[in-house]
Design a protein around this ligand. Structure first.
Ligand code: PMP
Length: 360
């Protein structure tokens, strides 16, 4: 048994979860054990949605395991990576006792899940050292060494700053966290980065967990498919903390198709186009008079500071372009986050920003 099981709430270590009809290891050809309808709904042409789905759809689990080059038993599929963040916090953190570390202004869901669980939240803010937002490594290491946190959430590349965490820095953090806490690396945007996935270190560091999603590069945000990749013993425990049937059958079916060789080929082309557009947009934004600063990005968005962010936001809106207003986030009171769209959509961004300059 891996030592990381010691990080699971004591009251949940032996928890078997809900004993669903689909978990029972029985066979037959007349299924009367789940109070399902024996008939298809009139709207259900071919998918046989009258039956509950597999709790962890095997075909998708194997496909994702192959894609991420891990074993299927190291992988838990969930309703987007959001659900997996929540399960991790619930299973590991005793309310009002254990702490979660996050690195604001990075992705708000870690804090939301901590709040819902009444876990303590420790801020280790990123440091804007002019060219890029970086981790405050010293502060992070001392928080880890203090021994009060159960989970450190890192995001690489980070949303909304766009920067990847250097591998040597991640290694130092993993080493400091050994026997102390989980280090979760959220790789939602890694498909757009040059850096390779940290999953290759999973067997070396049982307290490493990696979040993946099909919502970004794979274009399946509405299917709500994400996964957590971690120590197989921990995955077993987390699985028992999850809702009985978390993955709707139409969603897992389209995800399997969406990870076929042909679909992956197209996804790779789009990633490449996005990276080219990111470079073009970075250069155009850097030259734009309304822009104070553009951050380099390894993701499918760019973080931009403006001299007058309100004017920029309004000009974009009045041209029909909706970007993410991140001004309420710490350290970002003059910033907007712009997702990389199609070349035509990106042209619209530049046109709208040029319009402010003319009006000024
Ligand atoms: N992690 C990060 C860093 C994100 O930006 C997002 C979505 N905005 C998620 C996770 C959640 O993704 P999903 O659609 O898989 O729930």
């Amino acid at each position: 048994m891996s030592w990381v099981l010691n990080l699971v709430r004591e009251d949940l270590r032996g928890f078997a979860g809900y004993s669903s009809a689909r978990k029972a290891k029985v066979t037959g050809d007349v299924w009367l054990n789940a109070n399902e309808s024996p008939w298809l709904n009139a709207a259900d042409a071919a998918q046989a949605l009258n039956r509950y789905p597999e709790p962890q759809p095997q075909a998708l689990r194997e496909r994702m395991a192959q894609l991420y080059q891990v074993n299927a038993d190291q992988l838990l599929i969930g309703r987007g990576s959001d659900e997996l963040i929540d399960i991790l916090v619930r299973a590991l953190c005793n309310p009002a006792q254990d702490a979660v570390v996050h690195t604001p202004p990075v992705f708000g869901m870690y804090a939301v899940s901590a709040r819902l669980q009444n876990a303590k939240l420790i801020d280790v803010p990123l440091v804007d050292n002019d060219n890029e937002f970086a981790l405050d490594e010293q502060m992070l290491l001392s928080v880890i060494q203090a021994g009060t946190c159960k989970i450190v959430f890192l995001c690489s590349p980070a949303n909304p700053t766009g920067r990847s965490i250097p591998r040597d820095q991640l290694l130092r953090i993993l080493q400091a966290a050994a026997q102390r806490c989980m280090v979760v690396v959220d790789e939602a945007y890694i498909d757009f980065a040059d850096q390779t996935s940290i999953t290759e270190l999973l067997n070396q560091y049982p307290h490493l967990a990696v979040l993946k999603t099909l919502s970004k590069a794979h274009g399946l945000a509405a299917a709500r498919i994400g996964c957590l990749i971690a120590d197989a013993d921990l995955i077993k425990v987390l699985r028992n903390c999850q809702a009985p049937y978390p993955v709707p059958k139409p969603c897992s079916a389209i995800a399997v198709e969406g990870l076929s060789a042909a679909a992956l080929e197209e996804t790779r082309e789009r990633i490449s186009l996005t990276k080219n557009e990111r470079k073009r947009l970075y250069s155009l934004l850097s030259q734009n008079k309304a822009v104070r600063k553009v951050y380099t990005s390894d993701a499918n968005f760019i973080l931009v500071r403006f001299y007058d962010a309100e004017a920029a936001f309004q000009s974009l809106l009045s041209n029909g372009v909706v970007v993410r207003d991140v001004r309420a986030m710490p350290q970002l009171n003059d910033a907007l986050r712009i997702t990389i769209g199609t070349p035509e959509e990106n042209d619209r961004v530049i046109e709208a920003l040029n319009a402010i300059r003319v009006a000024a």
